[in-house]
Write a protein that binds this ligand. Structure first.
Ligand SMILES: Cc1ncc(COP(=O)(O)O)c(C=O)c1O
Length: 443
């Protein structure tokens, strides 16, 4: 066992209770395939693909080799009025797995930037079409769209408003569709609640006037705030309402992209085509940060047709848009997904994963289990007056005593293992969580 002597004082950790963490640091120092190695030398089963992102498993040799080779070839090249071949190749590679007709790609560095990029595109698109009055953006309660000002505005997380205020104006939110009274312990998509989509027309559009709305942004599955699944038919209804009123539909697929549901994108899985897809995470298997917005050609064309060929059409971009290392990682990751048929694998494993997840139903304090593809949420009864403590106890128990990494949000455990997981590891994952939940309930 290694003795940890690192100085933890200078790193201000993101989304972390810094003082609590630093009093007993949970450190990961290596990773391979389905496992992390903790600083004290334990093999930790990865139940969360890092942070919903390492879909092909850790340190995949092909992705590692691609990054290493690229680092010696071209470290950086600007993509403002310049370019490098890999940027174009990475975009084509992404288009090769994107829904038909979605064939133009804007690169950024993460999900938050991709969200803000998509929102800006939506606003500019309407202006270019002569509909500058469409300035409103609609999100949903309990949505997570990253941490940019656009993302926190359309996101529906109270903590953001408490700490940063209302951010952008001209934003409204639909209610989220989680309904435990009607849908607890649903297997796959919940049966009840498609009519929640009608709120878009009945309340939001009635209140604001449809002609003022630029875009609706939704996560096909609300992941970060606790695995909230769309009821059957709900996303289809949203699409139809957006179509009726000329509103762009943006799918934030930062979590659902790259095989999580057993198809390349949630759009494929649900058979609903958005106008834009926001993605990140699995795009590079998380080996190098990268995000992207994939749009329908018509949106790109609108920008191209609106100005002279020597004018910059979209006044937006990042120094590291299409960074060569990220491009190398994206191309290699997409090849791995195809060669190893990982999206198909996720689809094949989903029923087994579902069965294993629902075997925890009778455990103490388990209030709901919800699942789709290789995603699962286990909601626990909160301890009186304290949301988060029960699930966090289970999380700590899993890490220190069960050699397992899970993720929690509020009192919900969220699971999203790499798509390379096998059946034995699925049994082990849920077996270890069951032990931790039982033991926690006895405390
Ligand atoms: C749906 C969704 N959108 C956006 C983001 C933000 O991505 P990033 O943390 O890469 O900025 C996340 C992160 O988890 C996410 O789940």
């Amino acid at each position: 066992m290694k003795n940890t002597t690192i100085n933890t004082e200078h790193f201000w950790m993101p989304f972390t209770a810094n003082r609590q963490f630093k009093s007993k640091p949970r450190l990961l120092s290596k990773a391979q395939g389905m496992y992390y190695e903790s600083e004290d030398g334990r093999q930790i089963l990865d139940g969360t693909a890092g942070l919903w992102c390492v879909n092909a498993g850790h340190s995949h040799p092909k992705i590692v080799a691609a990054i290493q080779a690229q680092a010696t070839q071209l470290d950086f090249a600007p993509t403002f009025q310049m370019g490098h071949p890999l940027a174009f190749e990475a975009a084509s590679s992404l288009v090769s797995i994107a829904p038909a007709g979605m064939n133009r790609v804007f690169f950024c560095n993460d999900g938050s930037e991709a969200v803000d990029t998509a929102l800006k595109m939506a606003l500019a698109y309407h202006k270019l079409r002569g509909e500058a009055g469409r300035y409103r953006l609609i999100g949903r309660e309990r949505a997570y769209h990253g941490v940019g000002f656009g993302g926190i505005s359309v996101g529906g997380i109270a903590g953001n408003r408490k700490q940063f205020g209302p951010a952008l104006g001209g934003v409204d939110h639909l209610r989220h569709p989680l309904n435990l009274q009607k849908n607890a312990f649903s297997r796959g998509l919940p049966l009840h609640g498609a009519e929640m989509a009608d709120e878009l027309e009945q309340r939001i559009l009635a209140l604001h006037d449809a002609n003022t709305i630029a875009a609706l942004i939704v996560e096909p599955i609300q992941g970060s705030t606790g695995v909230i699944l769309p009821p059957q038919g709900y996303l289809q209804k949203l699409r139809a309402i957006c179509d009726r009123h000329g509103i762009l539909l943006i799918f934030d697929e930062v979590i659902t992209g790259f095989g999580r549901l057993g198809a390349a994108f949630g759009a494929d899985y649900f058979g609903v085509q958005p106008d834009m897809i926001v993605c990140a995470k699995g795009l590079t298997n998380a080996a190098v940060p990268m995000g992207a917005v994939i749009v329908k050609q018509e949106i790109y064309d609108q920008f191209m047709n609106a100005s002279a060929a020597d004018q910059i059409e979209f006044f937006h971009g990042y120094t590291y848009s299409a960074h060569p290392l990220a491009c190398a990682a994206a191309i290699a990751s997409i090849e791995v997904y195809k060669e190893e048929k990982l999206f198909e694998r996720a689809a094949e494993l989903a029923p087994y994963f579902e069965e294993a997840a629902h075997s925890l139903r009778e455990l103490p304090q388990v209030k709901d289990i919800r699942n789709l593809g290789l995603v699962c949420g286990i909601e626990l009864e909160s301890q009186s007056g304290k949301t988060t403590t029960r699930a966090f106890d289970v999380f700590e128990k899993c890490f220190w005593e069960k050699d397992l990494l899970i993720r929690t949000t509020g009192d919900i455990i969220a699971l999203s293992p790499p798509l390379i997981i096998n059946k034995e590891q699925i049994d082990s994952l849920f077996g270890r969580i069951a032990e931790a939940i039982r033991e926690q309930a006895q405390q």
